[in-house]
Design a protein around this ligand. Structure first.
Ligand code: G1P
Length: 300
């Protein structure tokens, strides 16, 4: 059995153009979903999965990300003086649970290129990749990565990729995965036979879409080095995974089980959906939101 995985790469360098003007001067990963920025949800999921070293790939105009995960002694002192225990507890995510590392992707050369910037950080270890604009909602969000990492160790996999079923007409927005047989059993590794990034409308081989969480062996970095840019000049992570498959490396898909769901904030529609669902599930304010939405529904 190989070593426990402790490192995660979080790409958060995307320009967020589909969310303008909200993302004019703030990163989309810092938009709130419920009471927390999206990226904090992601980091807390990683911390709960015992990932202690987190490399966030940022870019221009993303400096607030570093501030958010850094201590603020003045703020803490003020909250202590005011006796505001609840708010102090809300800042708990900063304290010592993981070390944060940052690097910048200075040119938008694609998700694969962003991940490749983590090669030296990961070195010869296995690692997790968690997209900074996508949330996993579940009773216990970290249970997905925990299970994927365990399977990765047992199988000595080159990659395990979380997937979810999407409507056929939305398949062109995602990385789409092929397996042997029609329907993979949820919550277990299934051999992946192919993967294609954003297949043109009507050509998707399946409706199994890559769902923003991956576990990799260091073989991914060598594959990324060999990956050619796509038509838009971007290096796709999907294409590197495809190279691994073609090389005969063990690559698996992992269908999210019932009760686990991915949300992305790539556009306003998905962002609003995520916000509403997380606000409804909020342990402090959820009941008020529910009350409001029920009343509001009568007016619609
Ligand atoms: C990225 C990946 C894609 C994946 C999607 C959601 O696309 O390239 O394979 O399905 O995230 O996890 P993006 O949303 O950045 O265009």
């Amino acid at each position: 059995m190989t070593q426990l995985i402790t490192k995660a790469i979080v790409p958060a360098a995307g320009l967020g153009t589909r969310l303008l003007p909200a993302t004019k001067s703030q990163p989309k990963e810092m938009l709130p979903v419920g009471r927390k920025p999206i990226l904090q949800h992601v980091v807390e999921e990683l911390q709960a999965a015992a990932l202690r070293q987190i490399l966030i790939i940022t870019g221009r105009r993303k400096r607030v990300i570093e501030d958010h995960f850094d201590a603020d002694p003045q703020l803490v002192a003020a909250l202590k003086q005011a006796g505001n225990e609840a708010m102090l507890a809300d800042l708990d995510y900063i304290e010592g649970r993981s070390r944060f590392f940052y690097t910048r992707q200075s040119t938008p050369k694609g998700l694969g290129h962003a991940v490749s910037l983590g090669a030296d950080f990961v070195d010869s270890d296995d690692c997790v990749v968690a997209l900074g604009d996508s949330l996993i909602a579940a009773q216990e969000p970290a249970s997905l990565l925990r299970a994927m990492m365990k399977a990765h160790r047992q199988l000595k996999a080159a990659a395990i990729v979380a997937v979810e079923k999407v409507p056929l007409e939305e398949a062109f927005r995602y990385g789409i995965v092929s397996i042997n047989g029609a329907e993979p059993p949820p919550g277990e590794p299934v051999v992946m036979t192919d993967i294609v990034e954003k297949p043109p409308w009507g050509t998707a081989p399946t409706t199994l879409a890559v769902a923003a969480r991956y576990v990799f062996s260091p073989a991914i970095f060598e594959a990324l080095d060999r990956t050619l840019p796509d038509k838009r000049g971007e290096i796709q992570l999907t294409d590197a995974i495809r190279l691994l498959i073609h090389k005969g490396e063990p690559v698996y898909a992992w269908l999210l089980p019932p009760g686990q769901r991915r949300y992305d904030v790539g556009n306003f529609e998905s962002y609003f959906r995520a916000f509403i669902d997380f606000a409804l599930a909020d342990e402090r304010y959820g009941y008020l939101v529910r009350k409001y939405i029920k009343a509001k529904a009568y007016e619609l």
